[in-house]
Design a protein around this ligand. Structure first.
Ligand code: 59J
Length: 582
């Protein structure tokens, strides 16, 4: 090819390239005009409609069950309705329809939106039922969407309310074990990247940023069957005696586990509309009272431990009063010359005082403190009170005397139950547990305690306490056919600002079953019975009797008193099933 020919072909190629480029540029420009001007609305809509967001995925809160896995608190998935106020505020036309679907007033909806109009999120209604969720979605209102959440449900309702407690609207524990175990129950929320549409609805889940970690399921120590029995009988007794309030606690003697704990008045945790604060209180752990005569077994145990008394040592309670300094201690009536065992059976204040005055203040104090009086039970229950046991340094004669029959000290129902559990075993007050505890764990804890009261003293006191429930005792109505019961009644005048109040009492019964080989302890406390009867023996002991009868049967605890099993004696002796044909 010539030099000339080369040149012209080069020019031609350049023109060609330029032409192609110009065409391409023109095409791009045209496309740009097309996109920027002609299709603008369409594309902008698309861009706004789909956006990537990271949303929190709630974690499933662990289940609370009773000791056998029966559910007491469960979380079920539900929807909450929320809105993007910036979007919904512009959809004024749809507010009436939306408010109606949500079952709220339009004015209230408006208030919610206006208050948060510059925000991108507001809950319109939490935890709606599936029906409402469907109706709201069907309205297809821009800026309104559903968010998955969990709702807490309490299958046993009022029966376990005070023990289980409840969570708030954000699923955080507020009371009871829901609060105490919150960290373990709550889990860790997850996160996921999602695409949401113009209405705020999730159209596509892109990826899990973080898997939600469900909370732990936790078994309480409670036995739902015993819990129900205690609930039913306490409620009936509080009503029957027109009392202000009441508490009952059942402990496992060997492990320190709470098998049942109930209070009146109670509440339904599934429907906490307008509740009085006082109904929420788990009185058995938060409220203290003077234990009165229910403390006498520990006074007697201290006396036995001194080596100077036994069950048959005479105690002169004549004439039914005892002067200590300027005060007079009184018995219900003059019991005369009795023995130590009868001091318990008849509940003599004078007798208990005489024993206490024969001991050094420290000896007496040691006996009470060694069973956990004056200290927290170690249950970890929120708001627990440790009661009051003052230092023996300040115990002059009158303090020593009054403390011996349960005044000038205070206890919670749970604390008294723990002290009785120590009395029922080897004198070691295991810390109380609301969650399951194995025999091995219990043994390990027991090894941390040095008992003050010997097993022989405790056994002797339990023997005396059997006479309380036998004929001639103050607590016969606590008896359970077929079983030996050791217990103690108490009728306590309530103290007010100006001293002890007439006609204002607390009725108590604390007992142990079966007495031959203790397994259960139960304390029943009834606050201000206003019926004809107000004695511990008349008001609290029957609750013990009924509940314990059921509990012993439910737990398959063998009867230890065939004498009082009418009609079953022969059947048992012959190994036939109880209640079988004769
Ligand atoms: C009692 C008290 C108040 C405080 C007395 C109860 C004292 C006392 C000052 C009179 C009712 C009553 C420190 S009685 O629990 O002794 O349970 O079946 O409240 O004594 O000195 O009208 N219990 N109760 N005492 N105070 N201070 C008996 C006894 C007890 C019974 C009956 C009848 C009191 C046998 C109580 C019961 O064992």
């Amino acid at each position: 090819m010539s030099e000339q020919g080369k040149k012209s072909s080069y020019r031609g190629r350049r023109l060609l390239v330029l032409g192609v480029l110009a065409l391409a540029a023109g095409g791009l420009a045209a496309r740009a005009v097309d996109l920027q001007v002609l299709d603008k609305d369409f594309l902008q809509g698309q861009g706004d409609a789909r956006f990537l967001r990271v949303v929190e995925e709630p974690a499933h809160r662990g289940m609370i069950t009773d000791r056998f896995g029966e559910p007491l608190a469960i979380s079920t998935p539900v929807d909450s309705v929320w809105a993007n106020p910036q979007v919904l505020i512009l959809e004024r036309d749809s507010w009436t329809r939306l408010a109606r679907a949500l079952g709220i007033k339009r004015a209230e909806l408006e208030r919610l939106l206006v208050a948060r109009q510059h925000k991108e999120f507001v809950y319109l209604k939490r935890r709606v039922n599936p029906d409402m969720a469907r109706r709201v979605t069907a309205l297809e209102i821009p800026g309104v969407a559903l968010a998955p959440e969990y709702r807490r449900f309490y299958p046993a309702g009022e029966v376990t309310a005070h023990v289980v407690g409840f969570t708030d609207v954000d699923d955080a524990g507020q009371e009871g074990m829901e609060l105490a175990l919150d960290q373990r129950l709550r889990g860790v929320p997850g996160a996921k990247r999602v695409i949401k549409d113009r209405l705020g609805r999730i159209v596509e889940s892109v990826e899990r940023v973080r898997e939600p970690q469900p909370g732990e399921d936790i078994a309480l120590s409670i036995d739902r069957r015993l819990q129900y029995l205690a609930y039913r009988e306490l409620k009936a007794a509080v009503r029957r005696n027109r009392a202000d309030a009441g508490s009952a606690v059942i402990l496992d003697v060997h492990t320190g586990e709470v098998l049942a704990m109930v209070n009146q008045p109670a509440y339904n945790p599934n429907n906490r509309g307008r509740l009085k604060r006082s109904h929420l209180r788990n009185r058995a752990v938060t409220d203290v009272f003077e234990p009165g005569s229910t403390i006498k077994p520990f006074t007697v145990a201290a006396a036995l431990e001194s080596g100077r008394f036994n069950a048959h040592t005479p105690v002169d309670t004549r004439p039914g009063t005892l002067r200590v300094g300027r005060k007079t201690i009184r018995d219900f009536r003059n019991y005369g010359l009795i023995d130590v065992s009868t001091v318990i059976q008849k509940s003599s204040n004078v007798g208990a005082s005489k024993l206490a005055l024969a001991l050094a203040p420290e000896q007496l104090w040691q006996a009470y403190a060694s069973v956990g009086l004056g200290e927290s039970t170690g249950s970890g229950f929120p708001g627990e009170s440790g009661g009051l046991l003052t230092d023996f340094g300040g115990w002059r004669d009158i303090q020593r005397a009054t403390v011996s029959y349960g005044y000038g000290m205070s206890v919670t129902t749970l604390q008294l139950a723990r002290a009785y559990a120590a009395l029922a075993s080897d004198g070691r007050p295991l810390p109380v547990s609301f969650t399951r505890r194995s025999a091995e764990q219990a043994a390990e804890l027991a090894s941390l305690y040095q008992p003050v009261l010997s097993e022989s003293s405790l056994r002797a006191v339990r023997r005396m306490m059997e006479r309380v429930v036998a004929q001639g005792g103050t607590g016969t109505r606590a008896a359970v056919p077929g079983y030996r019961i050791a217990g103690k009644t108490g009728t306590v005048k309530k103290s007010g600002a100006g001293g002890y109040v007439e006609d204002s009492y607390i009725a108590v019964f604390a007992g142990i079953a079966p007495a031959s080989d203790p397994r259960l302890v139960m304390v029943v406390m009834i606050d201000e019975p206003r019926g004809e009867q107000y004695y511990g023996g008349a008001v609290a002991a029957p609750v013990f009797g009924k509940v314990m009868a059921g509990a012993l049967r439910l737990l398959d605890i063998p009867p230890d008193d065939l004498q009082t099993m009418p009609g079953q004696r022969l059947a048992l002796l012959h190994g036939a099933p109880a209640g079988g044909a004769h």
